[in-house]
Ligand binder design. Structure first.
Ligand code: PMP
Length: 352
């Protein structure tokens, strides 16, 4: 049968997501989910009436959510695109903007879906190494032309570029689309949304999965010039990518309207992150400065893989990447205070 499959399907290396085990007693610090539930307002709108309304098709434009997202950023609805999680938005953006003669540029250590989409959609890429401190250097993106995709903060490093460096990057790349993936921006980084007015080539992608605790609802969005957003809409309509379902539209809108809960939740995650960084550092880990809800930590004595496996055996899941430059590191999502205390206790037991 295999001759009926294209070479692409044979050679495609699909994205490998973190484990999603069903076991309830696990301490799950491997997929950068938020440890806190979504805003109580989400629960309030997902009521019987919302279920009854499921007999109706959803608004194909997610109009109310789109208007609310636009207002929040001081933009117009035509500057907002909504998709089923930011992975959906990214896939559509790759299709819409990155099939260019010049290769798409992105860092060597970055979100694992970018190379997968390149392969899947036949997009040439050029990998730009991070510097020795695992930072993006905008100068590395100044010499050549071509589109760029960059997470800011980057994953799995957790490091973010400040706004003036993003500005430099954009100033040197005005001809092709520059996509800034801001999945983690709310945990202490600066958003490139502030640069949209000056840079029509900029597309900023965000998500409800992390800072709004709605990974299970699948809502992502992009801010950009009306021209770029119209491009995404065209590809979406040609690709039969589905609109957000009714529950996702209602739930995301309710979460967006609860600014106090959002701020409070972020502050808790960031405080726990600082505690975790301090505790790991005291134990000899080299932890990169993080502006996300995870940390990348170099394990003492190169014991990353062994520690990953031992933690797994006791039900603490973290992420180990078997790739160059990362073999001595673990990526650890920030959980509740209790979960992080458990992590540190297990580390003491295993490494102590
Ligand atoms: N971008 C980055 C950098 C991510 O780490 C993730 C989550 N793994 C995503 C995008 C996708 O998030 P979602 O599809 O849940 O919005």
């Amino acid at each position: 049968m295999s001759q009926y499959w294209s070479d692409l399907v044979h050679t495609l290396q699909p994205y490998v997501p973190g484990e999603q085990p069903r076991h309830v007693e696990l301490t799950k610090l491997n997929t950068n989910e938020n440890p806190y539930p979504p805003s109580p307002r989400v629960r309030a709108v997902l009521d019987d009436a919302a279920v009854d309304a499921l007999r109706l098709y959803p608004d194909p434009d997610s109009g109310a959510l789109r208007a609310a997202l636009a207002a929040r950023a001081g933009l117009a609805p035509e500057n907002v695109f909504i998709g089923n999680g930011s992975d959906d938005v990214l896939a559509l953006a790759f299709m819409a903007f990155f099939k260019q003669p010049e290769p798409l540029r992105f860092p060597d250590l970055t979100y694992g879906f970018y190379p997968v989409y390149c392969k899947l959609f036949g997009i040439a890429s050029r990998i730009v190494p991070l510097n020795a401190a695992f930072e993006v250097d905008p100068a590395d993106y100044a010499a050549e032309s071509g589109p760029i995709v960059l997470p800011n903060p980057n994953a799995p490093t957790g490091r973010a570029l400040p706004l003036e460096q993003l500005e430099r990057l954009l100033a040197a790349n005005r001809e092709r689309v520059v996509l800034i993936d801001e999945a983690y921006v709310d945990f202490g980084a600066e958003s490139a949304v502030a640069l949209l007015a000056e840079h029509p080539q900029l597309l900023v992608v965000q998500t409800f999965s992390k800072s709004r605790s709605l990974a299970g609802l699948r809502v992502g969005f992009a801010y950009g010039s009306a021209e770029l957003i119209a491009g995404l809409e065209r590809v979406k309509d040609s690709f039969n990518s589905y609109p957000l379902d009714r529950l996702a539209q209602a739930g995301a809108l309710a979460a967006l309207e609860d600014e106090d809960y959002f701020r409070d939740c972020i502050a808790r995650v960031m405080a726990t992150r600082e505690w975790t960084v301090a505790e790991l550092t005291r134990r000899g880990f080299a932890v990169l400065p993080s502006q996300t809800n995870f940390v990348l930590a170099r394990v003492p004595n190169g014991r990353a893989r062994a520690l990953f496996e031992q933690l797994r055996e006791v039900g603490v899941l973290v992420r180990y990447f078997d790739r160059p430059r990362l073999t001595e590191h673990l990526r650890i999502s920030i959980g509740t205070d209790a979960e992080m205390r458990r992590l540190v206790e297990e580390i003491d037991r295993l490494l102590g």
